[in-house]
Design a protein around this ligand. Structure first.
Ligand code: GLN
Length: 303
């Protein structure tokens, strides 16, 4: 066992010993039934290895983490055009908040809050059928992970569609401000489906390698774009918990309400953690704690 393997298995044991898991997301019925007492971690390093511990091989709903991949695809398709439609500032509000959208005339603060991710999805959609845009996003994720066995969970997508009133409100608001090109139904259909991608921590850590920027790793976007995506993850990746995450972990990261977090150690590693219980910001409670401990023990920080 390498030093990293030992650290990960100790981390797993310590997390399980504490037994204060947080609460799973209840607003998507299909996720409300997930057992919170689970924890998995995978670290894909620049030298091509992947170290794992705990429930690393359990598939979970990656949810908002897919916003990174969708953003990379959107920028690849339309370049900086996207920034006319969405900003690059932290919002200081919950991921699904609508108040700012009214105050700022339908231009979402950043591409990671729901309103901004809906605009980004609309950009990827262009004037194609949703299935083609989805195929491009899924293909990007599979290619990044080097793994064809990554799929959308249709039950989760359907579950979110039936209860997605807030996201429909956001999409209609965007449309009212002329910041949606497709119908709310088509854009949200695409959005809910890419959020419903299911992956293991190992698959997610492998997919995240495209943001590490080290020789030998898959190169899907330029170094400049890698740095800018990491900057957005650092400032906006955990919504109104982004400052706290930067303070505790010191790495760019993106969370999802399924309890996953992808964190990047530039030049060194891509780390995926999963524990479905959330903290008050809607980010994985144990996942955040595990990343803080791992970063400290490995002396990983961008600062
Ligand atoms: N699909 C979820 C939603 O729109 C994603 C939110 C998240 O993971 N924070 O509410």
């Amino acid at each position: 066992m390498s030093g990293l393997d030992t650290i990960l298995s100790r981390l797993d044991a310590d997390i399980r010993a504490e037994n204060d898991w947080g609460d799973v997301a209840a607003y998507i019925p299909e996720l409300a039934g997930v057992d919170p007492a689970q924890f998995g971690i995978a670290v894909a390093t620049a030298n091509g290895q992947c170290h794992v511990a705990g429930d690393w091989d359990t598939g979970f709903s990656v949810q908002s983490i897919t916003k990174i991949f969708t953003l990379a695809v959107a920028l690849g398709r339309s370049g900086d055009q996207l920034w006319h439609r969405v900003g690059r500032e932290p919002s200081g509000l919950a991921f699904n908040s609508i108040v700012q959208l009214e105050q700022e005339q339908g231009r979402p603060r950043n591409p990671f809050i729901n309103a901004g991710a809906i605009v980004t999805t609309d950009e990827v959609l262009g004037n194609r059928p949703p299935r083609e845009a989805l195929a491009e996003i899924v293909q990007f994720v599979r290619h990044a992970a080097g793994d064809e066995n990554i799929h959308i969970n249709e039950r989760v997508a359907a579950s979110e569609t039936s209860f997605g009133h807030r996201n429909f409100a956001l999409a209609h608001f965007l449309a009212a401000h002329d910041n949606l090109r497709n119908t709310p139904e088509n854009t949200l259909g695409t959005y809910f489906h890419h959020c419903a991608l299911e992956m293991t921590t190992r698959q997610l850590a492998m997919a995240g390698r495209f943001l590490v920027d080290a020789p030998g790793l898959p190169r899907l976007i330029s170094t400049g774009r890698i740095r800018r995506l990491n900057a957005l993850m650092m400032t906006c990746g955990h919504y109104d918990g982004s400052g706290d995450f930067a303070y505790r972990v010191g790495l760019p990261g993106k969370s999802g309400v399924g309890g996953g977090i992808l964190a990047i150690v530039p030049g060194i590693a891509s780390v995926a953690v999963w524990s479905p219980g959330l903290n008050r910001y809607g980010n994985s409670k144990k996942g955040t704690e595990a990343l803080a401990t791992l970063a400290r023990q490995m002396n990983w920080s961008v600062f």
